[in-house]
Design a protein around this ligand. Structure first.
Ligand SMILES: [Zn+2]
Length: 97
């Protein structure tokens, strides 16, 4: 209930019209190859942390190409490219609706 009250205080409505968006779903390896060919940068980078001796490997999981207005995403990965975006691209895909 606290969450609900908080959400009520922060109501918003933000409309974005996207007229030319192209969505490309593809496997991670293909996505990383396209990223590398478009940017000339490696899709996986070793990232040393600023302090401490921890490090991380960061891999490109999805990206938007502004020049072609194209979104590259792994299919069914809602964390990267949103459940509702899948509906926008694919229509109804739940078995019972
Ligand atoms: Zn759904």
């Amino acid at each position: 209930m606290n969450l609900f009250a908080c959400a009520q205080q922060n109501r918003y409505k933000e409309t974005h019209e996207i007229s030319q968006l192209k969505v490309v779903f593809l496997d991670n390896q293909s996505l990383q190859e396209i990223w590398e060919s478009k940017t000339g940068k490696p899709s996986t980078q070793f990232q040393p942390w600023l302090r401490g001796d921890l490090a991380a490997v960061k891999t490109v999981r999805g990206f938007y190409d502004f020049s072609t207005e194209t979104l590259y995403c792994p299919k069914w990965n809602y964390e990267v490219c949103g459940h509702e975006l899948h509906h926008a691209a694919l229509g109804h895909f739940h078995p019972n609706n």
